[in-house]
Ligand binder design. Structure first.
Ligand SMILES: *Cc1c(COP(=O)(O)O)cnc(C)c1O
Length: 356
């Protein structure tokens, strides 16, 4: 691969002063990484340039056929002052799996990591300092073929943008209310559920909006064939503690293989918990919620790390989980994972990748 060319901005923006008001994905740093792909030529002209609009042909594949994939990851400023990413190789590998599913080109994994490292190092002063904050990284790729013919893409663009984000739990970890969705589905086996693609999100927005209107934070998705098995919660994976054991939906193809999910499973097993990755039906869940064997429920994902579930609604029946409080294991997972990410706990699994 060619060297990464760097064109620095001549008009650096002011960094946000009040880190308690960062929110999520509202502001962007001074620079972005971009490179193009053309069949026969491969990826070329990798460069870091001032953050700004991307010119696009109105016939571009992504605008008509949804040829888009993305990743979500964070760079953290640790207590010792260095800047780290959490398991970035896993995100890059997953992006290649997503690319394969959508007929987008493969990335060279070592080069993609170098692109992330180079960009984060250049933007290191944008990594916020306050507890719980981070620099959110959004790598994405889209098909840019300027023709309306329907076929695998021959041209693509890969971009990384960065956004300083606030503490997810600025007001403390509050368990959320979830509604189980019986009509819309997010993904089906054989479809694109395991790929992190924009289209899956487009399909999920209607149910999300309906849930919000009824006062719920997220939707619990059921499988697309039988509307029977639990899949995910919002855009997070989901885990339950039932009679002392941890249960999480198996990666059957319609579930996104979360890196937080994988890290939680590895941590839980290292603590001696039994973790079952299997089909888990909504009937089994509501039975456990009704008879008191459902001890805890939580979502897992990069943005929140873990998100405790305090209440579940299914077909107009409400179930309270953990007395509406954060459960013991949920709290322990949160403390340990964020402790590793912020350098407060030893990184015994070798998950952290130091940037600078
Ligand atoms: C990104 C994502 C997740 C969480 O994955 P992490 O790697 O843990 O951030 C879960 N479900 C969906 C649908 C996602 O897009």
């Amino acid at each position: 691969m060619e060297e990464i060319r760097i064109v620095r901005t001549t008009a650096p923006k002011e960094k946000p002063k009040d880190e308690s008001k960062l929110g999520f994905g509202q502001i962007f740093t001074d620079h972005m990484f971009i490179m193009e792909y053309a069949e026969g030529k491969g990826w070329h002209d990798p460069r870091i340039v001032p953050f700004g609009d991307i010119p696009m042909n109105p016939a571009a594949s992504v605008l008509h056929y949804g040829t888009e994939i993305f990743e979500g990851m964070k760079a953290y400023r640790t207590v010792s002052g260095d800047i780290r990413m959490f398991r970035p190789q896993e995100n890059i590998r997953r992006m290649n799996n997503s690319a394969e599913r959508l007929c987008l080109p493969q990335l060279d994994e070592a080069f993609a990591l170098k692109a992330l490292d180079t960009l984060v190092e250049l933007e290191k002063d944008w990594v916020p300092h306050s507890e719980g904050t981070s620099l959110y990284l959004r790598p994405f790729m889209y098909g840019s073929d300027p023709h309306l013919g329907v076929h695998a893409v021959h041209n693509a663009v890969f971009v990384i943008i960065c956004s300083p984000v606030g503490a997810y739990y600025a007001e403390g970890i509050n368990p959320v209310k979830i509604i189980i969705e019986s009509d819309d589905v997010r993904a089906v086996r054989g479809g694109t559920g395991y790929a992190k693609c924009g289209g899956n999100y487009a399909a999920s927005l209607r149910a999300g909006a309906r849930a919000e209107k009824k006062g719920y934070t997220q939707v619990l998705w059921l499988d697309g064939v039988e509307r029977k098995y639990i899949e995910e919660v919002g855009s997070m994976n989901v885990m339950f503690k039932v009679a002392g054991k941890i249960v999480t939906p198996a990666l059957t193809g319609s579930v996104l293989p979360g890196i937080t999910r994988k890290s939680c499973i590895e941590l839980l097993r290292s603590w001696g918990y039994e973790v079952e990755e299997r089909l888990f039906s909504v009937d089994e869940l509501t039975r456990a919620a009704a008879d008191g064997t459902l001890e805890e429920a939580w979502g897992t994902g990069t943005a929140a790390v873990v998100s405790p579930i305090g209440q579940l609604c299914y077909k107009d029946t409400e179930y309270v989980v953990s007395g509406g409080q954060i459960g013991e294991i949920t709290q322990k997972l949160y403390d340990n994972l964020t402790g590793i990410q912020w350098g407060k706990e030893p990184d015994t699994f070798g998950w952290c990748h130091k940037v600078c």
